[in-house]
Design a protein around this ligand. Structure first.
Ligand code: ADA
Length: 567
């Protein structure tokens, strides 16, 4: 299942998860366009690095399965994530392609006859001119169908997306709703849309949708009697859009909304008018057993651990997350900063603009309704110093605002005093590694005080809310020594204890995201001294979720802050 809940009562949909045949290019013995022989059976979703012999495989792989359709309607294939460049073939004919492993995407195929068909995905996880966002770096770029996939049978005009924005005015909630219809046929067709949410029904009226195009119907649901959503009390409501042809309901889409509004007042972040402080972690989708394709059980376990730690916040470093993770955050209550797939990427890469723009559009388009997402972000540690870098930061932040004006936007900077973009975001976010890459545990307080005093005195970011979007220290799981030196679990525990003592109490800091929740594999092609085992070792838990000593220091500080702050 793509989500943790059922999205259709009317539209037939079937999971494409399960066993697929697979052949990587290093095992191919034929040289036709598509393979004739497949060497392995593998599970979808999964990362191909879990297959014996392919632990560091980077190349092309083909995945094949059969599917059945009724032949009565167009077939829509929806993929939660395929890493990272993919071409799709049905019965040997290319029907579509996609780039970027961290966003959902779909493909509609018309004219398929009733019965069985062959589906083949040609997947490429290599780096190069074709890939601006998946690059070698401090997290791994996997390969394969790493998130769930689904087949739906849709009518020629179907409901593509619901965009719902809750608004709070004078203590009353309303919901602005946009429903996007998509016509994959040639003929213009008239359809009506009815939306229901929290016991209210709103008729959005009818529209004629021209062939091969989309059309949006809009409306506002008022007089809602609803409870607000917050990380502490995550109350969700189902929103359902039904598509009517005369009196018949011919298609539907169900999503969920939470009534919350995130605003900024001076240097504060407000949720439903009340100040909030974000306390939590950067988290990579990675596990020692499963690579970059996490079973939902691991996601749920992570959320439970984060709650146990007293956290209320995750930064989805450094890419859009699996929709099931966002569903769990909605359900169990976590605030999310979600960001585009863009860490230290080069703006001059030939595919950069096209691919990052598409990534932002897909991220906001598919994840729009998650109440847990309270911040959109982009461009982690990219060029924020030069004129051209400033232009690109401005373009991307504006793009996010244009796609959704209801959430603040930011980017995480390591350009510090040379950052030329601080007037552009709503929130200033610093990756700041005092006590690890520079300074010492003893200099943490003075280091941040001096830096933030500069920010508020001399920078264009003065007075804006501040998030310390990365800070931390490395430790090898199991390396304990009375010396408490760097890389021991003790050093990490001491450093996080002091970092959190200072940052969680700092009057200027509205959000803290420790780098990082779990240890994460990095690209093996990256020859980095400080990454033994090809792992970034700054996790509070290791890649198997085994707790390091720092777990207890973090838990103590986070709970203290939660009690002091009152939420
Ligand atoms: C950066 C980067 C992270 C990670 C971190 C580290 O700030 O954003 O992805 O590489 O440093 O561990 O050094």
């Amino acid at each position: 299942m793509l989500r943790t809940f059922c999205q259709h009562h009317v539209r037939p949909s079937r999971s494409l998860d399960g066993c697929w045949s697979f052949v990587p290019d290093c095992e191919r013995t034929d040289n036709g366009a598509l393979p004739k022989k497949y060497t392995r059976e593998t599970l979808v979703p999964s990362a191909w690095e879990i297959l014996p012999g392919l632990e560091t495989f980077r190349g092309q792989g083909w995945m094949r399965r059969r599917f059945w359709c009724s032949g009565e309607r167009p077939v829509r294939l929806v993929f939660g994530g395929v890493v990272h460049t993919v071409s799709v073939f049905i019965d040997g004919k290319k029907v579509g392609k996609h780039y970027d492993g961290f966003v959902p995407w779909d493909l509609v195929v018309t004219g398929l006859s009733a019965g069985e068909h062959e589906l083949v995905l040609e997947i490429d996880n290599t780096f190069g001119k074709h890939s601006a966002l998946h690059v070698r770096g401090d997290h791994y770029s996997s390969g394969g169908i790493t998130r769930p996939a689904e087949l739906q049978e849709v009518p020629a005009v179907f409901i593509d997306k619901i965009f719902a924005t809750p608004k709070l005015a004078r203590g009353k909630w309303s919901l602005d709703v946009r429903v996007r219809l998509r016509n994959v046929g040639r003929k213009a067709l008239e359809r009506r849309v009815v939306v229901s949410v929290a016991g209210q029904t709103l008729d959005l009226g009818s529209a004629t949708v021209a062939g091969k195009s989309t059309h949006e119907l809009t409306g506002r649901v008022t007089k809602l009697k609803v409870k607000p959503w917050s990380a502490e009390k995550p109350k969700l409501y189902e929103i359902k859009a039904e598509l009517c042809d005369g009196d018949d309901v011919v298609d539907d889409l169900i999503d969920r909304v939470g009534f919350r509004q995130i605003t900024i007042k001076g240097a504060q972040l407000l949720l439903n008018g009340e100040p909030i402080r974000l306390r939590g972690y950067n988290r990579h989708e990675f596990h020692g057993h499963f690579g970059q394709s996490l079973p939902v059980e691991v996601m749920a376990g992570d959320v439970q651990m984060l709650k146990d730690l007293g956290c209320n916040f995750i930064r989805t470093s450094h890419y859009p997350n699996d929709m099931r993770m966002l569903d769990l955050a909605d359900e169990m209550g976590l605030y999310i900063w979600e960001e585009t797939n863009s860490t230290s990427v080069g703006f001059k890469h030939p595919k950069y603009t096209e691919q990052i723009t598409a990534c932002a559009e897909s991220m906001v388009g598919w994840h729009f309704n998650h109440p847990s997402i309270v911040i959109w972000a982009t461009l982690n540690e990219c060029d924020a110093k030069t004129k051209s870098g400033r232009k690109e930061h401005g373009r991307m932040l504006q793009l996010l605002r244009d796609l959704d004006g209801s959430r603040p936007v930011t980017y995480a900077s390591c350009a510090w005093k040379e950052d030329a973009c601080l007037d552009l975001p709503d929130i200033i976010s610093w990756n700041w590694y005092e006590g690890w890459y520079w300074g010492s545990i003893a200099s943490i307080q003075e280091g941040i005080d001096t830096f933030l005093a500069w920010q508020d005195r001399a920078s264009k970011g003065k007075g804006k809310p501040v998030i310390i979007s990365e800070f931390g220290a490395g430790a090898f799981y199991g390396y304990r020594a009375p010396t408490r030196i760097k890389w021991t679990e003790q050093y990490q525990a001491d450093a996080l204890d002091e970092l959190l003592r200072v940052y969680l109490n700092h009057p200027r800091i509205m959000g803290t995201a420790i780098w990082q929740f779990n240890d994460v594999r990095i690209s093996h092609e990256q020859d980095w001294g400080p990454r033994p085992r090809c792992i970034n070792n700054k996790g509070t838990v290791d890649e198997f979720r085994r707790r390091k000593l720092a777990y207890e220091s973090v838990k103590k500080r986070m709970h203290e802050a939660r009690k002091r702050f009152g939420r």
